[in-house]
Design a protein around this ligand. Structure first.
Ligand code: SF4
Ligand code: SF4
Length: 315
């Protein structure tokens, strides 16, 4: 694995952790662990990249998927060889105005207001940025005036980090209404791994839901601030609805107040880890460095974190 650090290139010299490798390789399907948060900037990427580094050093086959397709930033922490780039496309409708009878049925069927329709002026067109490729307008049109065409909505890039370890980035094109299809394609790309870490998109809307819905376990990262609290509660509601097992990491635990702690105690949510606000963490992160590579204390803490998660996913 090649990681940016003070010391330059780091080569893994650890003895392979055969017990872990064997244990996870016995599974038929990969273990997917989503690292998520109800809002941006809480430290998801910090947790994801450190877990990836720890697992890589233990020679556990693992992929990190950056699912924050609107603003992927995991690549700042790793240098790898680009081995594959795939364009993600969707099929969107195309209206032939010569065959169209301007009946308005397609406009009526479209739940996303993606068909611009002005019957008085015989104007109709598909607003491609709003189209969700649901196909309803094709079904609605009884005059064979709608066909489909491919539209490029983004791409996924796979980087080789070291044997058994890859990093996959989802990136949606600017102006595309939803990154969900790009995220799904990126997660599918990692399917041949034993462990897949999903650095989830922030918030609790569709991109978040589609990412955590595929996970076996969700690590929620939260901050003990009033704003963080409200987003945290929303993400818990989503996870409960999806019936997903989860635990919590409190980042910048020395800031804010005790409300978050009281809430997780009351809801009996497992506290996996606390990360105090420390300037060395902030500085190393801003420089694109992995803290667990720099400080044995953090290396140990992320190893323990992985052990805790493993207990819940390798039963
Ligand atoms: S495919 Fe669906 S979202 Fe797109 S224009 Fe047709 S009905 Fe609307
Ligand atoms: S349903 Fe077909 S015929 Fe009717 S307005 Fe839409 S494209 Fe035209």
């Amino acid at each position: 694995m090649i990681i940016k650090s003070d010391t330059g290139i780091i080569t893994n010299t650890d003895t392979p952790n055969l017990i872990d490798s064997q244990k996870v390789s016995m599974r038929k399907n990969p273990v997917k662990i989503a690292i998520a948060s109800g809002k941006g900037g809480t430290g998801k990427t910090f947790i994801s990249t450190n877990l990836f580094a720890i697992l890589s050093q233990q020679n556990i086959p693992v992929s990190l998927v950056d699912c924050d397709a609107e603003e992927p930033n995991d690549h700042f922490f790793f240098i790898g060889d680009l081995i594959e780039e795939k364009v993600v496309t969707v099929r969107i409708p195309s209206i032939n105005s010569e065959s169209c009878r301007f009946c308005g049925k397609c406009h009526e069927y479209c739940n996303y207001n993606a068909i611009f329709y002005l019957p008085m002026h015989h104007q109709i067109s598909v607003l491609e940025e709003l189209c969700h490729s649901c196909g309803a307008c094709l079904v609605a049109c009884g005059h064979h005036a709608i066909t489909e065409k491919e539209m490029n909505i983004g791409h996924i890039r796979t980087f080789f980090i070291k044997e058994g370890n890859s990093f996959i980035e989802a990136r949606v094109n600017i102006g595309v209404y939803s990154p969900v299809n790009v995220i799904k394609a990126a997660i599918k790309e990692a399917d041949n791994q034993n462990i897949i870490l999903l650095d989830s998109p922030p918030g609790t809307s569709c991109p978040f839901i589609h990412t955590v819905a595929t996970a076996d376990y969700v690590v929620l990262v939260a901050e003990p601030t009033p704003f963080g609290m409200s987003d945290f509660k929303k993400s818990i509601e989503v996870l409960k609805k999806l019936n997903k097992p989860y635990g919590v990491i409190i980042n910048k635990s020395t800031l804010g107040n005790r409300n978050l702690y009281e809430y997780i105690e009351q809801e009996q949510i497992e506290l996996l880890m606390e990360i105090p606000y420390e300037s060395e963490i902030a500085v190393s992160y801003s420089e694109g460095k992995i803290i667990s590579d720099l400080h044995p204390k953090w290396h140990k803490r992320f190893e323990i974190l992985y052990e805790q998660i493993k207990e819940k996913t390798c039963k």
